[in-house]
Design a protein. Structure first.
Length: 379
């Protein structure tokens, strides 16, 4: 029987607690928790019965001697802790984005390869049941050769959400880091992993957000929206990231003779009128999945020229962890694959720092916003 994998978690908020639950559920032992604020780390560690709590990451690596570290902080705080963990010989599970720049992400990916440690990049909504069903259908030829994919979502986020890491590029914020990463992972999992070309446009529709003390959990940040936004004593922080993006990509697919075109359209602050959705179009049919991350249900348009709702196949349903919450369930799925891999079991390919690095470099390209052609001279 394989020995338990020892895990050290960095981050005390929603993700840190979620990662802890995920690794425990797949048989790993969470030996320690590290965060910025001593009292918060102690409180969370006590609540979750984690034996070690601290604020010094290097000290925790030395004292806990983990096999694996789980990075559950905003992307801007990833680089140094991951580098230290890899140097320590630890395997790494990291939430998206990998870092805040393509160069630093590429450096970590290369370092992990050189040190021979395993890595997992948690752009993990590819493990939604209906997404995995779509992957099977495309592979079976249910829509013929895939031609194009359409990903449309509008989140209508409150503009008054308190200022924090999500508002700043250097902290890992922005909708590309925290939405596009999942969308790209979903599409590549179904159509093909090789990205051939990309073009995009981004826009900061927000500008600023109120500064409020005491916000520590991403899931409860709405509870801190100020009641009086006209309060003259209220301070404001400036956003420097995109809240809306439009991206076009071309993917190589083993199921198509020509590159597959993909549209990613996301409005973080814009209201939706119809359902957010993901659609895969092919030469013989199409697959439509409701929800911005493919929560379902799934519909197939086949040779009968009718849309038919299809249930998730039982074997796929049985393989998905029985966890409330899509994010938490997907974390556990990937955590299970990584732990099995570390223990020497055979597992299907999963996303690593190679993809995390590639995604961050793509985001840097898109953010340059230099894809336009000036046509004002045309008569």
């Amino acid at each position: 029987m394989s020995k338990k994998v020892k895990v050290l978690v960095m981050g005390t908020g929603f993700a840190g607690q979620g990662h802890t639950d995920a690794f425990r559920a797949v048989g790993a032992e969470v030996v320690g928790l590290v965060g910025r604020t001593p009292e918060v780390v102690r409180d969370v560690a006590e609540k979750m019965a984690i034996p070690y709590a601290g604020t010094d990451w290097q000290k925790a690596l030395d004292e806990c001697q983990p096999d694996l570290v789980s990075i559950a902080t905003p992307g801007g705080a990833h680089y140094e802790p991951i580098k230290q963990a890899i140097e320590h010989g630890c395997h790494v599970f990291c939430d998206k984005p990998l870092t805040d720049t393509g160069d630093s992400a590429a450096e970590l990916s290369q370092l992990a390869q050189e040190k021979g440690v395993k890595t997992a990049f948690a752009a993990s909504f590819r493990y939604m049941p209906d997404i995995m069903h779509a992957k099977r259908l495309v592979a079976e030829g249910a829509i013929g050769e895939p031609l194009e994919v359409e990903c449309i979502s509008h989140f209508n986020l409150e503009r008054e959400i308190p200022f924090g890491w999500s508002h700043r590029k250097e902290h890992g914020g922005g909708r590309l880091n925290n939405n596009f990463t999942h969308k790209l992972s979903i599409v590549t999992s179904v159509v093909g992993e090789k990205i051939l070309s990309i073009i995009g446009e981004v826009r900061d529709d927000l500008g600023k957000a109120p500064i409020v003390e005491g916000v520590r959990n991403f899931k409860t940040r709405r509870d801190f929206i100020p009641k009086d936004l006209n309060d003259p004593d209220l301070q404001w922080g400036e956003s420097n990231v995109e809240w809306t993006y439009t991206v076009l990509a071309k993917l190589e697919s083993p199921y198509a003779n020509k590159p597959v075109s993909v549209l990613f359209k996301h409005g973080g602050l814009n209201p939706r009128f119809n359902e957010d959705h993901i659609v895969f179009y092919g030469t013989k049919g199409a697959i439509y999945i409701k929800g911005h991350y493919g929560s379902g249900p799934l519909y197939l348009y086949d040779a009968n020229k009718q849309w038919q709702e299809l249930a998730v196949p039982q074997d796929i349903a049985d393989d998905v962890p029985n966890v409330a919450g899509d994010t938490e369930r997907n974390w556990q799925y990937l955590a299970r694959e990584l732990v099995k891999d570390i223990q020497g079991e055979q597992v299907a390919p999963y996303q690593t720092f190679k993809e995390g690095s590639q995604y961050q470099q793509l985001i840097d390209i898109i953010r340059k916003n230099n894809n336009w052609t000036d046509v004002t001279h045309l008569q």
